[in-house]
Design a protein around this ligand. Structure first.
Ligand code: GLP
Length: 260
């Protein structure tokens, strides 16, 4: 696991955007996209590169990590709509090639299984962007999610519903159920890129990076992945016992391992 600690959220966004465009330059054609506040710094930098530098996403397809059950795609807080508002509408990726789980299906369990099959049928994901919940969740894999889990229906914890209530008029509108890529599904991605900023993420980052591999902290599954990059600001790094070592490693990387 590579841990990159930077002073500001904006710098995290720039380095994470570098990781993504490096993966595309290496032949990647399929992005894994995440919602939430954390990826916004990355998306604003990708949008800037498209607008100012002419960087093109036209050859890419993308898969969403997760979706609420019971929110129509047109609902402003459905992840299908959020990702369009935050990224897709501002770059040249074909919106018909941005896929997400069908949270409105009459058979949501079958829809979840189908999503796994669809990802495999369209080729695997080259780079998956991830945020992290304060309880260590990635996607919507709440604590105790099986480390080898597949895309499936999950029940949200009250912590996650409370955290996400800021996007809705009140907490009662936050769905209780979701479809999320499983931890096993996520780990099939060629490269994982987790971004976290702010002191409220420090405990979750410490557990994910330095804690035991445990379903109690779903993000600790990154420890199993052969190519995982964690980009965090100083505030989110505050709970790491070995932060100085990670900074030292980044300063002394051999050139061929540098992100840029
Ligand atoms: C949601 C999303 C996750 C995201 C998490 C943290 O629950 N399903 O993918 O990582 O929120 O969100 P934020 O970055 O807004 O703190």
């Amino acid at each position: 696991m590579e841990i990159v600690i930077l002073p500001t959220e904006q710098q995290c966004g720039v380095v994470a955007a570098d990781v993504i465009t490096d993966a595309i330059a290496a032949g990647g054609t399929t992005l894994g996209l995440a919602t939430g506040s954390s990826p916004l710094f990355v998306y604003s930098e990708l949008i800037r590169r498209h607008r100012d530098d002419g960087y093109s996403f036209a050859a890419l397809q993308a898969f969403l990590l997760d979706e609420y059950v019971g929110l129509p795609a047109a609902h402003p807080e459905s992840y299908a709509r959020v990702i369009r508002r935050e990224l897709i509408d501002h770059v040249d990726i074909d919106s018909d090639r941005v896929y997400g789980p069908d949270g409105m299906s009459e058979d949501i369990c079958a829809a979840a299984q189908r999503y796994d099959t669809d990802i495999a049928a369209r080729g695997s994901i080259d780079i998956q962007l991830l945020g992290i919940g304060v309880n260590g969740h990635i996607g919507f894999n709440e604590p105790t999610s099986a480390l080898l889990s597949r895309t499936r229906v999950k029940t949200l914890s009250e912590q996650t519903r409370t955290d996400n209530a800021r996007f809705f008029d009140d907490i009662e509108q936050v769905p209780r159920h979701v479809i999320t890529q499983g931890l096993g599904t996520i780990c099939e991605t060629k490269q994982l890129l987790l971004i976290a900023t702010g002191s409220h993420k420090a405990a979750a980052i410490a557990a994910a990076v330095e804690g035991p591999l445990s379903a109690g902290c779903p993000a600790s599954v990154l420890q199993l992945h052969p190519h995982a990059t964690v980009v965090i600001d100083d505030a989110a790094a505050a709970g790491l016992a070995n932060a100085d070592f990670y900074r030292y490693v980044r300063e002394h990387k051999p050139d061929m391992q540098r992100i840029r």
